[in-house]
Design a protein around this ligand. Structure first.
Ligand SMILES: [Zn+2]
Length: 437
């Protein structure tokens, strides 16, 4: 079969919408945002953005559904509240906040916190959210979960998320990993999306923009990490794992880690010599993804790897075809652990609220390049003194088909997303506790 005859099948592989709509996968946009001739977008049936600062500059702190099972949250955190929540958690529980040295184009700071294994400098797991601005409430889910873990630890209680519960011993095991959180990785994009309802995915870097075409602003941060960033060179012709068109929703930027947001993640990883796991939180595809992102895995031929130029132009075709047979090498034990963990995460999410979840390798949804989940393993590939990092992506929930921006959840969906993401993170942490390097 020729590659050209294979390409029309790729959108079918995507099945449900993920971080991209089927139209966006083909290079299009959500219509009402870009035409300018249609009525204003209708996002009335979506959870509103909070006003002011419910955490009063860190005077109070978030607590999720795991420690207060009847809680309901009727607004999502605005940009001020995201930062204030971390401040509040630091004040209440002594977690250690930090800031990246890289400022965004709108002078926002990428910040995070370290917590858990406070008796040592061992930090084994990175949890991050907010790369895609429009996936509203995803940063909140991380902060609510962390709020639950810390509350449960301090008050000696377990956690209950819908049909799934965890003991205090589980809480201790999760925290003993040593955790680093990056809750709001795209502050410029989040601020813009919350101010405009523009269903905005990318950051707000105007460096590649064309005057009069607002869609050309911004870089897709989840295509800007280093692994196979140069997809046009590394992958087979026609595999649109990212885009070189600034108007695309999957514009990869001008170089690997060209953006302050992705540089910040790399900088955080530089400071975590014992990092072994990372989970990247997204919405709303109902999947748990494990790497590699750009092609299927194999565990028998180490020469088929992303740094080997002999395979440039051959990667990214799923399923393989004659002449384009390539699968990315992954050590067998590492692959086993990731499949097991992703499966347990998906199972727990379904057990929690009954919504269906599946675990997939990334390219079985669609191949992508420059993805965050593979960045830790790329760092190991170019410098073997660094650990490999199990990279996982959580896509909580389902699209909101009543809204023009299907990435904006309803109040009810947001509650379910908090529960599902919490159990996914808990399963990942319990697996990380069992599988240290
Ligand atoms: Zn996303």
């Amino acid at each position: 079969m020729k590659l050209t005859s294979l390409l029309p099948l790729l959108p079918l592989l995507a099945g449900a919408q993920a971080c991209l709509t089927p139209a966006e996968l083909q290079g299009g946009h959500i219509a009402r945002r870009t035409t300018g001739t249609t009525p204003p977008a209708n996002n009335t049936n979506t959870i509103p953005v909070g006003k002011g600062d419910r955490f009063r500059n860190g005077a109070s702190f978030p607590r999720g559904i795991g420690t207060q099972p009847t809680a309901n949250f009727t607004t999502i955190f605005n940009l001020v509240e995201l930062r204030s929540a971390v401040k509040g958690l630091a004040k209440e529980y002594g977690i250690v906040p930090f800031e990246s040295p890289f400022k965004t184009v709108q002078h926002n700071t990428i910040y995070g916190a370290k917590l858990g294994n406070t008796s040592s400098t061992f930090f084994h797991v990175l949890l991050q959210a907010g790369l895609h601005a429009r996936e509203r409430g995803a940063p909140d889910t991380l902060l609510y979960f962390i709020g639950d873990l810390l509350y449960a630890d301090k008050h000696h209680t377990g956690l209950q998320y819908g049909g799934v519960s965890y003991t205090l011993d589980d809480v201790h095991a999760a925290l003993l990993n040593g955790l680093v959180i990056l809750p709001a990785l795209n502050p410029d994009g989040i601020a813009y999306d919350q101010a405009t309802d523009a269903c905005w995915r990318k950051n707000r870097n105007p460096a590649s923009a064309t005057s009069g075409n607002p869609a050309t602003v911004g870089v897709d941060l989840n295509r800007n990490f280093a692994p196979v960033w140069d997809f046009a060179h590394a992958l087979a012709p026609g595999i649109q794992a990212a885009s070189t068109d600034p108007a695309s929703e999957i514009f990869a930027g001008t170089g690997p880690l060209s953006e302050p947001e992705t540089k910040s993640v790399d900088w955080v990883m530089d400071g975590l010599p014992n990092l072994g796991w990372m989970v990247d939180i997204h919405q709303p595809a109902g999947v748990v993804l494990h790497g590699w992102c750009h092609d299927s895995n194999q565990a028998t031929d180490p020469s088929q790897n992303l740094l080997n130029p002999a395979y440039d132009g051959k990667r990214g075709v799923v399923p393989d075809v004659p002449g384009l047979a390539y699968k990315e090498y992954k050590q067998l034990t590492e692959w086993d652990v990731e499949v097991l963990t992703a499966g347990r995460m998906a199972d727990a999410m379904t057990d929690a609220t009954g919504r269906p979840y599946v675990a997939l390798q990334g390219p079985h949804l669609y191949p992508s390049s420059g993805c965050s989940a593979d960045h830790g393993n790329w760092r190991n590939a170019v410098n073997s003194t660094r650990h490999r990092v199990h990279g996982l992506g959580v896509e909580a929930g389902a699209p909101n088909l009543d809204a023009d921006c299907p990435f904006y959840p309803t109040v009810d969906m947001h509650r379910l997303n908090i529960i599902d993401t919490s159990v996914a993170l808990m399963e990942a942490l319990l697996s990380a506790a069992r599988h240290k390097w």
